[in-house]
Design a protein around this ligand. Structure first.
Ligand code: ATP
Ligand code: MG
Length: 560
């Protein structure tokens, strides 16, 4: 699997200011040639019709990182030209998400604030005979557009006198037409090999309330017309967007050329981020949320920024991941294992370790005094000594993971089995002497003896048990709810489409060191040998934390 990822990654280059990529090469050439008399200016232009996802993080890192690299600026702009899909809830979440990722915008702008200018530009296009009012229905427009191999046919309204189009367009704005009854179209070329250039619709009638402009407008600009104007109005130099807009670039340029826009911005396309085993488009995430398969937009399994944050991923990890996947001109898919690698890599030397048993079975140390209890020092982080130690209680009855014991062990099983000795992390060596079973033959208790001479690993030089396992003292253990996660979705065997896995969350109750009861929302830990965990910020109450699994410890992906 690692090989596939390396292949997918080859040909792509780092996204952030640290590295360089083909977009940066274009910018450097533009700077050398003095193409723009203003500094480099980029923008991140989400449509506020859903929550941002990890794909948007790639675009955010690229746009903000590029501006920073060249001493320029980057705007956060809401591409809010479609009143039907947009909502204030999403606007607020987008700002939170961009900030959380560690970026600060130069200006916070709304495309809808430019509606008047866009309207004036449309008037100019009509006056210059570059746009006309068309009364074909949307079906008729579609059926006269032609195909990839056949040219389209001209609209019967194409040669409408300029004055008439001007008046009708003003009437459209004044609310004299019904939704869908009439449009404004660019007048370009119905025989163009690029279908996007066959007199595209640039304005439609829509009597809808807009989240920003209210009921001021009943005509709305189409995305392909609005976007170049938004960029131009703000003075953007390099408008970075995803590959599916490549065929739209000629129209982007046409709009600004037709208006004689000085030093127009240029659109540059890059490949979308695709990740395996997750659902990445806002539309599909929205459906999953609506159908109730997940807990909401911030379900920790989702690749929304809100979900990733709640899951316990860090902004540092996301940025490092975006750097590593780089920017390419060709679409590819990245394994979820690669994202997880960067999360683990970021957490490993900054979170403390605790012992938690997720699937407990009881161990009784038969030669340990019944009323004795002692405190043993255990390191807080196996690789960072300065993170110190904590005292962990030990007594006669413990819990260990059920899978750390086998009655009949296979080859190379180094954990506990009858007659075998293992080391208890930070405590003693114990040897299994017997097991207790219930009437169905299930193991209910494992009996062991301990060697007092091996306290805190002493005596390790003489004999080295091959296995070290974690444990918690049954006397002091607390129960903690833990949510274990699998992948959100799997590709359908036939269609390759991602299908939601309803079993992607498993709720368990772990036995934990008592201090975990006081863990605060948002606090992260390594559960020794089990993975990284965070105190859920939504479900936890003071003294009653709920833990989310952030990521396991084993990597399915390797850095080259
Ligand atoms: P979706 O298809 O998930 O709804 P979108 O492209 O419609 O995404 P926008 O809000 O229009 O979402 O996107 C804002 C910016 O983020 C755009 O410039 C878009 O190109 C970029 N973007 C969206 N998805 C990805 C992705 N998977 N990888 C990289 N950039 C992306
Ligand atoms: Mg979109």
């Amino acid at each position: 699997m690692a090989d596939d990822i390396l292949k997918a990654g080859s040909g792509s280059e780092p996204a952030n200011e640290g590295g360089t990529n083909f977009i940066h090469a274009i910018i450097e050439k533009d700077l050398e040639e003095g193409k723009y008399s203003r500094p480099v200016m980029t923008r991140f232009p989400p449509e506020p019709n859903g929550y941002l996802h990890i794909g948007h993080a790639k675009s955010i890192c690229l746009n903000f990182g590029t501006a920073k690299k060249y001493g320029g600026t980057c705007n956060l702009r809401y591409d809010d030209t479609n009143p039907l899909a947009e909502d204030e809830e999403f606007v607020n979440s987008i700002e939170e998400d961009v900030h959380w990722l560690g970026f600060e915008w130069d200006q916070l702008l709304y495309a809808s604030d430019y509606f008047e200018t866009m309207y004036e530009c449309a008037i100019r296009l009509i006056e210059d005979d570059k746009a006309y009012v068309c009364e074909l229905t949307s079906d008729e427009i579609r059926s006269t557009r032609g195909t990839l191999t056949e040219p389209g046919t001209n609209s019967p309204y194409r040669d409408r006198p300029i004055e008439e189009s001007l008046q009708m367009f003003k009437d459209m704005r004044a609310g004299k037409y019904e939704d869908g009854s009439i449009v404004l179209r660019a007048k370009i070329d119905m025989a163009s090999p690029n279908i996007n250039m066959r007199d595209p619709v640039i304005y439609r009638v829509l009597h809808a309330t807009h989240h920003n402009t209210g009921d001021d407008w009943c005509i709305y600009p189409m995305y392909d017309y609005a976007h170049p104007l938004e960029d131009a109005i703000e003075g953007i130099t390099h408008s970075l967007c995803t590959l599916e807009f490549e065929d739209h670039r000629p129209f982007y340029d046409w709009v600004l050329e037709s208006l004689d826009w000085p030093e127009p911005p240029q659109q540059i396309e890059f490949a979308k981020l695709n990740i395996s085993n997750t659902i990445m488009s806002k539309r599909n995430i929205k459906r999953l949320v609506a159908e109730g398969g997940v807990e909401g937009w911030d379900d920790p399994r989702l690749s929304t920024i809100a979900g990733i944050r709640r899951r316990g991923y860090t902004p540092e990890a996301i940025r490092a991941f975006c750097d590593a996947i780089g920017i390419a001109k060709a679409n590819s898919q990245v394994e979820m294992g690669m994202l997880e690698f960067f999360v683990r890599d970021d957490l490993k030397d900054r979170v403390e370790s605790r012992m938690v048993v997720l699937d407990p079975v009881k161990v009784t140390i038969t030669n340990y005094p019944e009323d004795k209890q002692e405190m043993l020092p255990v390191e807080n982080n196996a690789i960072v000594d300065s993170m110190g130690e904590r005292m962990v209680s030990f007594s006669r009855e413990l819990y260990i993971e059920r899978e750390d014991f086998m009655e009949i062990p296979p080859k190379k099983y180094f954990r506990l089995y009858p007659g075998n000795e293992v080391r208890l992390k930070g405590a003693y060596f114990i040897t299994c002497t017997d097991v207790v079973k219930d009437e169905n033959g299930n193991i209910t208790e494992i009996l062991c003896t301990y060697d007092p001479a091996t306290k805190s690993g002493s005596g390790f030089d003489e004999r080295r048990p091959k296995g070290t396992i974690h444990w918690v003292d049954a006397k002091t253990a607390v129960d903690i709810p833990v949510r274990q996660y699998g992948y959100l979705s799997y590709p359908d065997e036939e269609t390759g489409q991602q299908v939601f896995d309803p079993h992607s969350r498993e709720d368990v109750v772990g036995k934990a060191e008592p201090s975990l009861h006081d863990a605060e929302a948002g606090e992260r830990f390594q559960f020794f040998r089990n993975g990284y965990y965070i105190v859920d910020t939504v479900l936890s109450k003071p003294g009653d934390p709920v833990f989310n699994q952030i990521v396991g410890l084993k990597s399915s992906w390797k850095k080259d």
